[in-house]
Design a protein around this ligand. Structure first.
Ligand code: ADP
Ligand code: MG
Length: 569
């Protein structure tokens, strides 16, 4: 047996690792399973190019909890390590073997989907264990090795009896980390981080019900058998080619991602690019729901099928964080601050690629199936309108497909709307005046009055619509928006000549005096002449700019849906 000292510059690196390396102790398991996956994929690669003369077979990674012994085992059937390799790869802290391997096999290695890049991966084991053992046998014809380290920089290394190829990591779980001896906790971690990793991961067994044999009686119990409990799907939908997937496949993957989500997604966008950066994924437009537990479902970020985070802020433009799905990219730098991410060139490119793909998908949906697009408008408008406000590039594209519904259920694009209104709704300066209602019920009589005059009324009821109108008024020429109950109605040129109140002059005078006694706020105007409807003999209006100002003060600062501040207007 040999002992030695781990080659690090700081003597007491372990307490440092424990405290500062990762704030999230639970990621140790992700790191160790990533290593086991790497080791398996490396062996697959070496055997495929004839460098490892081994039967690759169908290797598994196994996780075992030994509650009494206070141990957690991570066992793989990968390429293993020789004594030399342990000294080189394990004893030299912060020396990333994955990087060296990648260097050697460069492009081939990339194709093999090697993970790595998590830095001090293996040593994160010391965040939860006070002693770690490695028992490993290399695919090379060399004796198995047993390495052991109790958290001080001292380690021991000796021969081992292990016969089958691969590596077993044994963690002696520390007293402050016994949660990781609970099966439930481990299942939770495996489901969170490893659900889509490329090598099958076994955690215990489960009972499977078999079909009843022919001629079995009704009351006979169905036969059962114990099978490996594989916790992951090694080939999730996003790793496949869009051509190989049907709508059902996308929908069932959605349920796999969000098991508590019962609504079908509205549509999906398959992302797939390998230059100038590598990225795959599937994004979904969710159906809006009031169920808060479901609203918490978010886009998940993966690297080579390993879950990293569901906080994609800085990677995906803010307006798209309302979508769901998966983004998998090895090119997104990890363990860096959000502000670094936002400044990173590659990340910027990724963000604009995603924005473009989403706009293209919406645009093709609009072109190819307008009816369906219209039927989904209510669920998707908030994303589109928010995108138009916050991303100029998106605005340019969405301008062609963003819809403006009327109170009667018709849908106009911006250009169609202009065309439809240009002859009937202009003011004295020839400016197009778009009348809209924000609440069909409450503004019913105003809507009726406007319709009686031959005007068209749009239904604009999303919470950020006043910001969007403002933007359209400034970026487009000669257009203004006015709510049906605004004082604008009388400024329209196409003033109906037959617009005569049903009241006599005396009746009007006395009504006006009475109303003015009640309505003392000078911000409102009482118009007796404005309406000719059976439902209302007079209307009270408020100037559009006054109302909008109040509205924007209410929604402006606080940010929508927790999405931070509204863009500068
Ligand atoms: P990285 O994975 O970034 O290289 P780690 O600290 O996680 O860094 O692992 C260091 C090295 O130890 C790996 O690159 C690999 O060479 C070796 N290693 C770790 N775990 C295993 C394993 N289960 N089987 C074979 N080699 C392993
Ligand atoms: Mg690693």
């Amino acid at each position: 047996m040999a002992t030695g000292k781990i080659n690090v510059s700081v003597d007491n690196i372990f307490p440092l690792i424990k405290k500062f390396l990762y704030s999230d102790h639970e990621i140790f398991l992700r790191e160790l399973i990533s290593n086991a996956t790497d080791a398996t994929l490396k062996l697959k690669h070496l055997s495929s190019i004839g460098e490892a003369k081994v039967e690759y077979g169908n290797p598994l990674i196994e996780i075992k909890v030994d509650k009494e012994g206070k141990k957690l085992h991570i066992i793989d059937q990968g390429l293993g390590m020789t004594e030399e390799e342990i000294k080189k790869y394990i004893n030299e802290v912060a020396f990333s073997g994955a990087e060296e391997f990648l260097d050697k096999y460069k492009d081939a290695g990339k194709d093999a989907g090697i993970i790595g890049h998590f830095g001090l991966g293996f040593y994160s084991a010391f965040m939860v264990a006070d002693k770690v053992e490695i028992i490993t046998k290399s695919f090379k014809d060399e004796p198995a090795v047993h390495w052991s380290c109790d958290g001080s920089p001292e380690f021991s290394i000796e021969k081992s009896e292990k016969e089958d190829r691969g590596t077993e990591i044994v963690l002696h779980i520390a007293d402050d980390s016994t949660e990781f001896l609970e099966e439930g906790r481990i299942t939770e971690l495996l489901t969170k981080y490893n659900k889509f990793m490329p090598i099958p991961i076994k955690f215990g067994t489960k009972t499977e019900t078999l079909p009843k044999p022919e001629g079995a009686k009704e009351e006979d119990p169905a036969p059962t058998q114990e099978v490996d409990n594989i916790i992951n799907n090694p080939t999730p939908a996003w790793t496949k080619q869009p051509a190989d997937l049907k709508d059902e496949d996308y929908n069932s993957f959605y349920r796999e991602l969000y098991p508590m989500q019962f609504e079908e997604p509205l549509f999906h966008i398959h992302l797939n690019v390998d230059y100038p950066f590598n990225l795959t994924g599937i994004l979904y437009f969710p159906k809006l729901t009031n169920d808060l537990s479901v609203q918490r479902d978010k886009i998940q970020l993966y690297q080579n099928q390993v879950f990293v985070t569901d906080n994609v802020e800085g990677i995906v433009p803010e307006f798209l964080t309302m979508l769901r799905g998966v983004i998998d990219s090895p090119d997104i730098p990890l363990n860096v601050s959000r502000s670094y991410l936002q400044a990173d060139g590659a990340v910027k490119k990724i963000s604009s690629y995603i924005t473009r793909k989403v706009a293209d998908k919406l645009s093709s949906l609009f072109k190819n199936n307008r009816e369906e697009f219209e039927s989904k408008w209510n669920d998707i408008k908030i994303v589109i309108e928010y995108g138009m406000l916050s991303e100029e590039k998106f605005f340019e594209k969405a301008d062609k497909f963003a819809l403006f519904p009327t109170v009667d259920g018709k849908f106009y694009t911006f250009d169609e709307m202009k065309e439809a209104l240009k002859d009937k709704q202009t003011d004295k300066d020839d400016k197009l005046v778009v009348l809209y209602a924000s609440d069909k019920e409450a503004q019913h009589s105003y809507i009726e009055a406007a319709k009686n005059k031959g005007y068209e009324v749009l239904l604009m009821d999303s919470p950020i619509i006043s910001h969007l109108m403002q933007k359209l008024e400034t970026s487009k020429e000669n257009i203004s928006f006015a709510r049906v109950d605004a004082d604008h109605l009388d400024n329209l040129i196409k003033k109906d000549e037959a617009q005569i109140s049903k009241l006599s002059d005396e009746e009007k005078e006395s009504l006006k005096t009475k109303l003015e006694e009640v309505i003392t706020d000078k911000g409102y105007t009482i118009q007796l002449e404005a309406m000719d409807s059976d439902s209302a003999p007079f209307i009270i209006t408020e100037p559009e700019f006054m109302r909008r100002m109040k509205e924007m003060q209410q929604s402006g600062g606080g940010g929508m849906f927790g999405m931070g501040n509204m863009p500068e207007m």
